[in-house]
Design a binder for this molecule. Structure first.
Ligand code: NCD
Length: 302
């Protein structure tokens, strides 16, 4: 098993705290005119994305550059994967070019875990199917800490298409390790009862006002139509019951934080005025993505 970052589930509280502490060192860099450090000078990072991405891919690329590393990005459509090459062959080909880490996103849950058993190169999971998206949960935790100072005792409502969400799973693992009261909310087909077993103390409700009442943080999720192979949940029925609107915010704590990993679908899972409200920290999450990914790259490569 190579060193890498495959998920939050296997990390200890200490390891998570170390990554977040290091990310905090990197946060001020974003506002300096010279944003570049030389900590990973001469190192090579390959980003291999088999699924679409705006934030995560750009953020990993910028993080690598800010550390002084070289990075290249490959998308599946422009690679030999479209010529029938197997995943293991593609990864072995890239590993033969001696990168120091491979950042990968794949539609199959467990793909990076499988590959990490066959490759000498450390793999960083940038999202595997419906399973985990560890750097997203880390940047979400950093964002909450920026505003609240600590995690223990907070109430976080995660709302939407939970069953298909790797963001939800990684956040559930992380938040429950730190004593957060996690409430999951969504329509029954997108929130099956077994989701409560992901971590101790996780609660489920299908009632949105109940989930939001007294919440410190509301994390909204996109409806992942690309993963709903069965019959997709009807859009017209979703928003009235599970779309976050201004009136919902009054049920939460006064300084509630509204989060969303993006891409947001305005008027689908979140009202436009809520996404742009002063409670919304959606762009702070994006900003923190760079500092967190710098901390992860440095930790894995050095
Ligand atoms: C998420 C993802 O790809 O899992 N986006 C992201 O990385 N910020 C969530 C989503 O696609 O809805």
């Amino acid at each position: 098993m190579s060193r890498g970052l495959l998920g939050i589930e296997d990390l200890s509280r200490d390891q998570i705290e170390q990554i977040l502490a290091r990310a905090r060192d990197f946060q001020p860099l974003q506002n300096q005119s010279n944003k570049r450090l030389d900590l990973l000078r001469g190192r090579l990072i390959v980003n291999l994305f088999f699924e679409s991405s705006t934030r995560t891919r750009t953020s990993f690329e910028i993080a690598a550059k800010r550390l002084g590393a070289d990075s290249i990005s490959i998308t599946a459509s422009g690679s030999s994967v479209s010529k029938g090459e197997s995943l293991v062959d593609t990864l072995n080909t890239l590993a033969a070019m001696k990168p120091d880490a491979i950042v990968m996103r794949h539609a199959a849950s467990g793909a990076p875990h499988f590959l990490s058993r066959h490759l000498p190169t450390p793999i960083i999971n940038a999202g595997d199917g419906t399973h985990e998206h560890p750097t997203q949960a880390l940047l979400d935790a950093l964002t909450i800490l920026d505003y609240r100072g600590g995690l223990a005792g907070l109430r976080v409502a995660i709302i939407g298409d939970i069953v298909h969400s790797r963001v939800a799973r990684s956040n559930i693992y992380l938040l429950s390790k730190f004593g957060v009261d996690v409430v999951l909310c969504g329509p029954a087909p997108l929130l099956p009862p077994q989701m409560a077993q992901l971590a101790p103390g996780v609660r489920l409700t299908h009632n949105m006002p109940e989930a939001i009442r007294d919440a410190d943080v509301i994390m909204m999720l996109r409806v992942q139509l690309e993963r709903q192979n069965e019959s997709p949940f009807p859009a017209s029925e979703y928003y009235p019951f599970y779309g976050l609107r201004v009136q919902h915010l009054e049920l939460a704590k006064p300084e509630v934080l509204v989060m969303h990993p993006g891409p947001i679908n305005r008027g689908r899972e979140i009202a436009s005025d809520v996404a742009d409200s002063r409670q919304s920290v959606i762009l702070n999450q994006v900003e923190n993505g760079i500092a967190v990914r710098m901390a992860v790259l440095e930790r894995i490569i050095q």
